[in-house]
Design a protein around this ligand. Structure first.
Ligand code: NOJ
Length: 737
């Protein structure tokens, strides 16, 4: 007994405290540094300006080098390459009084130089390892070019395809979005931020930016606290728990309070309830935007609101820079809040190892050898093909035979530049592969490869139709690349009409008249309303903006080198009037009945989507059987095992995403018709079967109730397991007290 106690003490003193000591050292170091800082230097640490390089909005200041040297600017973004950043870092650590290094932020969103598919596309892979790897490669390349902080991942749940920024997220589902957020944070930050190839991540945009009214960017958000907590906050909470280094506030207001001046979100939830110690940065001038929001009378007051709410760093607004000293002297803000903000900034710098070596991310050798390597490109190609979703494949027209003569047509067919999508900041579209280039590079093809553009992405000219039809007539099959330009999604790129832009549908209709089979390859940043294509195309492959290796990856799928395995993470509506439409809606008191007019429906379109969440075809088929529950009842402190057998009943090996949904039949608040609670992407050889198990406990069934307590309620639940949100086997269980 005595020995055991002594051992415990030894362990406590010598082993456990290693991290504790490091932690104490860190806090001691930061407190000592803070005690030496002037107010101006403190405010400098709370100030972030863009470099002149790559302006993403109005530039407030340009003489940043002077600001760095005078300690008035502690971080910079949009600055990269080793040579350039070294000059800036040198100014910070060799020409300032306290030698505090700079943070270098950048939008490394889906790759740095090697561009991966847009995040929405990647999410369709449902492959956490692939997404972690993609973020890992991005962090490696970015850190090799002097960046140590990315403004990613975007973890906004998004259910309105009109909103252009759906391209940057992981789709409509909270459970899946949370897993993906975690994979991405892990990829960027690794397990040790001080390693030279890991960078600080930023969970953005906090919060509910994706719930903008009518899908219009920056627009008002008005949602209940239950919806906020059940749907929009879980990915952020998971990032906070996983130690994400920073958070970014969002531009929008929520229920009348701009997120950047929202003490409930920032202080009450993030910093107190979640006890998160990281640093909160604003979005670009979002403090200043509280003036047009009608929430502050001028920038000075906006700065006070932000600081009092818990914003640590002002991105580009120059509000802290210009007014915080005055606000403090007028007692409108507290020194304790300024000190807390500065400590949070310094902690990130400390964790990145910048106080040990401010030049650790400035290594010319790495920059020359670790960017756009053949390995990184190969990974990008693999992630790209995993991200694509086969939406239709009549009579198994895909995969194509090498001996077919193909007419490659469409405004995006030989377009490399658009392939890297929006927010591909340091990416170079000219280094990407177009679909035509990808097909031409496939040496096994023996048929003819013909090309015609057919039309532009978004104008009303039909001048190029005739040439396209002529080429189509000489082919066995048409491969038609349609969609949007990269600039039609992303920030400030909302659309009220989400059909194919320009004359693309008309081009399709002309080509259809040739009688040749048409394989449509879609390249786009959001779900599109493509009901006519669905009716008339022979096959449709959703390729998204697939990144630097797009052309090769699409070719891999079209010719069968890769069996498509992606599943949609956002519902495709039949038309824009159905929006918002997502799989986990509520039932209403008058659920749809075909023969009852007075039920919840439209007169002119079914309630069902064109393609549901979780949907995606393969070149093989999967059959589901034997849904088994380990018990029919289980208690709050117990768990339930659900198993299902999936068989690859077709001729090709493939990967299937097995999905588990649950419906809480009766609640103290109404519950969605189903909610994703588990998934597993599994490789199955042709003919192979696997039995998969999922474990569910009360936490998985919890939701925020009327008292804003997150808990499960006893009662009956349904289980659905299968290959999409609308197919699969059904079971049920009871949760008892
Ligand atoms: C505005 C965008 O909303 C945000 O996502 C981005 O990180 C910043 N600009 C910085 O470029």
């Amino acid at each position: 007994m005595k020995t055991a106690r002594i051992l415990t003490i030894i362990c406590f003193v010598f082993l456990l405290p290693a991290t504790l000591f490091a932690q104490q050292n860190k806090e001691q170091f930061i407190n000592t540094l803070l005690s030496k800082m002037t107010l101006e230097e403190k405010i400098g640490q709370m100030t972030l300006f863009t470099s002149d390089w790559d302006v993403t909005g109005p530039t407030v200041r340009s003489n940043y080098l002077e600001d760095i040297k005078s300690g008035k600017m502690g971080s910079i973004f949009n600055a990269y390459t080793v040579k350039y950043n070294r000059v800036l870092q040198k100014a910070a650590v060799e020409e300032t009084r306290l030698k505090i290094p700079l943070l270098f932020g950048y939008d490394v969103v889906h790759g740095h130089r090697t561009i991966f598919p847009i995040p929405l596309g990647e999410a369709c892979s449902w492959d956490m390892a692939a997404m972690e790897l993609s973020a890992r490669v991005a962090a490696t390349e970015a850190s090799a070019e002097g960046i140590n902080w990315t403004f990613a991942p975007m973890v906004d749940i998004a259910r309105d395809p009109r909103w252009g920024r759906v391209a940057e997220g992981a789709g409509e589902d909270t459970y899946l979005g949370t897993q993906i957020a975690l994979a991405r944070v892990k990829g960027f930050q690794g397990t040790d931020l001080s390693k030279t190839n890991t960078i600080a991540a930023c969970a953005k945009h906090y919060a509910a930016y994706g719930a903008a009214q009518a899908g219009r960017d920056y627009h008002t958000v008005d949602i209940s606290e239950n919806t906020l907590r059940d749907v929009y906050l879980p990915p952020f909470k998971a990032c906070a728990d996983a130690g994400v280094a920073t958070f970014m506030t969002s531009f929008n207001e929520i229920n009348g309070l701009p997120a950047t001046g929202n003490p409930f979100l920032l202080k009450t939830i993030l910093k107190k309830e979640w006890n998160w110690q990281g640093m909160v940065v604003t979005d670009y001038t979002s403090i200043n935007e509280m003036v047009p929001h009608g929430f502050a009378k001028d920038n000075k007051e906006a700065g006070e609101i932000a600081l009092n709410a818990g914003v640590d760093m002002d991105m580009q607004g120059a509000v802290y820079y210009n007014y915080t000293a005055q606000s403090l002297s007028e007692k409108k803000v507290k020194l304790a809040d300024i000190d807390d903000a500065v400590k949070r900034v310094l902690r990130v710098k400390y964790d990145l190892g910048l106080f040990d070596d401010p030049y650790r991310y400035l290594d010319e050798k790495r920059e020359a050898s670790e960017v756009m390597t053949p390995e990184n490109l190969a990974i990008a190609r693999d992630v790209a093909r995993k991200s694509m979703v086969l939406l239709k494949n009549e009579k198994n027209i895909l995969p194509l035979n090498n001996n077919l003569n193909v007419a490659v047509i469409g405004p995006l067919a030989d377009d490399a530049v658009n392939m890297i999508g929006s927010w591909s900041a340091a990416g170079d579209g000219k280094k990407a592969t177009s679909l035509l280039q990808g097909i031409k590079a496939r040496t096994a093809i023996t048929g003819k490869v013909l090309y015609a553009k057919g039309c532009n992405i978004n104008d009303d000219s039909t001048n190029q139709f005739a040439a396209a039809v002529a080429v189509a007539r000489q082919s066995d099959v048409i491969i038609l690349a349609l969609g949007e330009s990269a600039a039609m999604s992303g920030e400030a790129a909302s659309r009220s009409d989400i059909t194919l832009p320009g004359m693309q549908q008309e081009l399709f209709d002309e080509l259809k008249k040739t009688g040749k089979p048409i394989v449509v390859v879609l390249m786009n940043g959001r779900p599109l309303a493509i009901t006519e294509l669905d009716q008339n195309a022979d096959a449709i492959l959703e390729a998204w903006f697939a990144g630097t290796m797009a052309g090769h990856a699409i070719t891999d799928i079209l010719y069968g080198d890769y069996n498509p395995s992606g599943k949609l993470v956002m519902t495709f509506p039949r038309n824009v009037g159905q929006v918002p439409i997502h799989y986990n809606m509520k039932n209403t008191g008058r659920p749809f009945e075909a023969n009852n007019k007075y039920t919840s429906k439209y007169l002119d379109v079914p309630n069902t989507p064109l393609y549901p969440f979780g949907y995606g075809l393969s070149y093989t088929q999967y059959k589901y059987a034997d849904l088994k529950l380990s018990k029919s009842k289980f208690a709050m402190n117990d768990s339930l095992r659900i198993s299902i057998t999936v068989t690859n009943s077709g001729q090709r090996d493939g990967e299937e995403v097995v999905q588990l949904y649950i419906q809480d039949l009766v609640g103290s608040l109404t519950r969605p018709v189903k909610e994703l609670k588990g998934f597993n992407k599994v490789m199955l050889k042709a003919g192979e079967s696997k039995t998969l198990s999922f474990t569910i406990d009360a936490d998985d069934l919890a939701f925020y109730n009327r008292d804003m307590v997150n808990q499960a309620e006893p009662g009956m639940f349904k289980v659905f397991a299968g290959g999409s949100s609308i197919s699969g086997l059904e079971g049920s269980f009871e949760l008892v007290k």
